[in-house]
Design a protein around this ligand. Structure first.
Ligand code: PMP
Length: 304
């Protein structure tokens, strides 16, 4: 039987894992959340995806700040200090002897009844998984992705701010399914005005005549931690970079396109909607940015 059909307990690496759950490290088999948790019933909660590089938790403080902002936006009061969460993240990595990996930090509204009312949930839950992740097959980092624009629009900020990293990712999941149906690994999502917002789990950047452009967060992008790092890298490398409204036309006619995200890291795009981007190979500015990114991730953040 394939891995998907075996159930969690028969996957050795998952089985041996220690999970941080509400104040204690527990075996993964014992890391359980109630079926009455509103994180599960309603997607009521917030999360972070964080990377660990050579024992350095990349930009941990920035992730924890974004977590606090997400929680505040949904009126979820976290009863833990930033230091407590930061210590728990590091402790979970150490308990799993992880030096390079991916950390999933989740805060749910907690256990309530079957109604929506979050005020009936007594206390939020927190759990931390420290593991590995590979979002795209390795060859795409050197040859580049071919992506498509999908019909599913990025959520309107008047409904729920896309800046909130909430447990409800259905909007992105539907876009991801559309990408797959079109034979692509990733998709551009437009906002309701037709401007480029971001991809399903990554921010997007174009290069045009030596300058880097990325949509403003107000256009429907998550304020990516990796995206922030790209601003710093561009400044360091003296590559002009700015936020700018982008249409599909701008992306089709860019010299280079690349995506960033904690899971994806920095990955080039060489085709969008059947149009080849630039030379249809990862470009020179992408290469410089990637090299600088590789150096930064080892030093910026919190050491275990
Ligand atoms: N946009 C979305 C929708 C995301 O889920 C993510 C995170 N995977 C990103 C952008 C990139 O953000 P970060 O660099 O903080 O991971």
């Amino acid at each position: 039987m394939g891995r998907a059909g075996q159930g969690l307990s028969s996957i050795p690496s998952v089985n041996r894992m220690k999970i941080y759950l509400d104040g204690a490290l527990v075996d993964s088999a014992d890391a359980k959340i109630s079926v009455f948790d509103h994180g599960l019933l309603y997607g009521d909660g917030v999360f972070e995806g964080i990377r660990l590089y050579g024992g350095n938790v990349f930009r941990l403080e920035e992730h924890l700040e974004r977590l606090e902002f997400s929680a505040k936006a949904i009126l979820l009061k976290m009863p833990w200090s930033r230091k407590q969460i930061s210590d728990a993240v590091c402790e979970t990595c150490r308990a799993n002897q992880l030096v390079d990996g991916y950390i999933r930090l989740v805060v749910t509204r907690g256990v309530g009844d079957l109604g929506l009312s979050p005020w009936l949930c007594a206390k939020p839950s927190i759990f931390i998984i420290a593991d590995k992740i590979a979002l795209y097959p390795p060859e795409y980092y050197s040859k580049g992705l071919e992506i498509v624009t999908v019909a599913t629009r990025r959520m309107n900020p008047a409904a729920l701010s896309p800046a909130v990293k909430s447990l409800n990712y259905l909007n992105n999941i539907l876009a991801k399914i559309e990408a797959r149906q079109a034979g692509a690994l990733e998709a551009i999502m437009l906002n309701d005005q037709g401007f480029v917002a971001e991809c399903t789990g990554d921010n997007i950047f174009i290069v045009r005549k030596g300058r880097i452009y990325t949509p403003a967060a107000q256009q429907g992008a998550l304020r990516g931690i990796t995206r922030d790092a790209i601003f710093d890298i561009a400044k360091d490398l003296a590559i002009p970079m700015e936020e700018h409204d982008l249409t599909r036309y701008d992306v089709w006619n860019a010299d280079e396109v690349f995506l960033t995200g904690t899971g994806a890291e920095v990955i080039p795009v060489v085709k969008l909607d059947g149009r080849e981007i630039g030379t249809s190979k990862p470009g020179p500015i992408f290469a410089r940015v990637l090299e600088a990114f590789r150096r930064r991730v080892l030093t910026e953040g919190t050491r275990l």
